[in-house]
Design a protein around this ligand. Structure first.
Ligand SMILES: [Zn+2]
Length: 429
């Protein structure tokens, strides 16, 4: 369903035609820049599913008409808006809505994509409960954690009696609610491979593995990392609209570079911080991978490959290395490939350290990926759409690496917790 809106930009008086497609959320906010004067214009759509009615409100422009026929003329600027699919800023074409455009590209994947959107929406509907359950887990309020998590999990399968059960229940809850975004088959493959790696390591180097785990616990590194990781999930649900068109590109391969396709809410600044924080957490998650890799290859978590140029002398030093260089110090093929995949992204490296410029009218991001002192010249350009695809990919990596944290806790509860106070096992990371 759509509504066709005609409005006047309040800054330059230009007439704008907008076809607004309905998503399955009660409140939908669209934002785009006026093509003539670049001022931001916000259209808010409030749907009342019970009354089968809706209300349109505009910020940055004056509403001239709404719910008119789908027959705009070509002389005015035109935007084709929908939260679930890439939007289109170009010439008006009758009947060719974002949904029709997307379904022509998705073909047999349309149902699969719609199913992922449905799962995401279920999580969005429950987001305050999900945030509360995460909060109860993090504050150690196991009574309220159990009370609330049982609404979603089978009590028989998830008894929640011991801390290991609570840990398992939390991660099961995340799997259920984020399966629309996280690519479950590749996630499951990763978890199976990593579980085997860690079990082998525990069997083969039990003492050193235990020392590493004690260091992670004694320094609160694992606890703080898990806390920061878990706080991302609620923020992803708060900003869920931005992930929808990105998810669409998980099902369509051939049309990333169509610059006429845009994001329905062009506000970059509020999404930049989420990307920055996810990148920062992944960079810290890499310390877990480096420690595992070092034990596996050299028997000690702090021992890096001395044949690597400028190698870190221990995990403390590794933690301070730049994100983009961290994969250089991980020499096991399995982890190395993963680390390279994650860290060799210039945007991910650039966003925390160097300069970024965003042009809302064209939805283009320019970023400077090298430290060049006062004079920053060498830069790359991507679209906001590409940014959202990298953001989704980053969240998927954070989620995968979060399973390593979960597994560390499983080993801790099962094998090491009782010996925590042994002085010989204390260390620093
Ligand atoms: Zn204008």
């Amino acid at each position: 369903m759509n509504t066709n809106v005609i409005l006047k930009c309040q800054y330059c008086d230009d007439i704008i035609h907008a076809r607004v497609g309905f998503s399955n959320q009660e409140k939908q906010i669209f934002r785009f820049a006026c093509r003539k004067c670049t001022s931001p214009i916000i259209i808010q759509l409030d749907l009342d599913f019970k009354q089968i009615s809706f209300k349109v409100s505009i910020d940055g422009g004056n509403l001239l008409s709404e719910n008119g026929p789908d027959c705009f003329d070509q002389s005015n600027q035109f935007v084709d808006l929908h939260l679930d699919y890439p939007t289109y800023y170009g010439e008006y074409q009758m009947g060719l809505t974002p949904f029709i455009r997307a379904s022509q590209k998705l073909k047999e994947n349309l149902l699969l994509y719609e199913s992922c959107l449905g799962k995401l929406q279920l999580a969005v509907n429950e987001k305050e409960n999900i945030k509360a359950i995460i909060r109860f887990y993090l504050t150690g309020n196991h009574v309220l954690f159990k009370k609330n998590v049982r609404e979603y999990l089978d009590e028989k399968g998830f008894p929640c009696e011991k801390r290991i059960d609570i840990n398992r229940a939390l991660y099961q809850l995340l799997e259920i609610f984020f399966m629309g975004l996280t690519d479950p088959p590749s996630n499951a493959e990763f978890v199976v491979s990593v579980t085997k790696k860690l079990s082998d390591l525990h069997k083969g180097s039990e003492k050193e593995f235990g020392l590493f785990l004690h260091q992670m616990m004694d320094t609160d590194f694992l606890k703080n990392l898990q806390k920061d990781c878990l706080e991302i999930y609620g923020r992803v649900l708060d900003l869920n609209e931005i992930f929808r068109p990105a998810l669409y590109y998980s099902f369509v391969e051939d049309d990333n570079k169509e610059t006429s396709l845009r994001i329905a809410n062009s506000d970059f600044s509020k999404h930049k911080d989420l990307f920055n924080d996810i990148s920062e957490i992944i960079s810290r998650q890499m310390s877990l991978i480096a420690g595992i890799n070092n034990i596996d290859k050299r028997g000690k978590c702090n021992l890096f490959n001395s044949n690597t140029r400028n190698y870190p002398s221990n995990l403390d030093e590794f933690a301070n290395r730049s994100f983009g260089n961290k994969s250089n110090y991980i020499d096991d093929m399995f982890w190395g490939e993963i680390a390279t995949n994650v860290t060799k992204n210039r945007l991910r490296n650039a966003i925390a350290h160097y300069k970024i410029e965003y042009t809302e009218a064209s939805q283009e991001i320019e970023y400077y990926f090298k430290p060049e002192g006062l004079k920053q010249q060498e830069h790359e350009k991507i679209t906001f759409m590409d940014f959202t695809i990298i953001l989704l990919d980053s969240f998927r990596w954070l989620h995968k690496f979060n399973h390593i944290i979960k597994m560390f806790y499983v080993f801790w509860f099962l094998k090491y917790e009782q010996s925590r106070n042994s002085p010989s096992r204390r260390g620093k990371i």
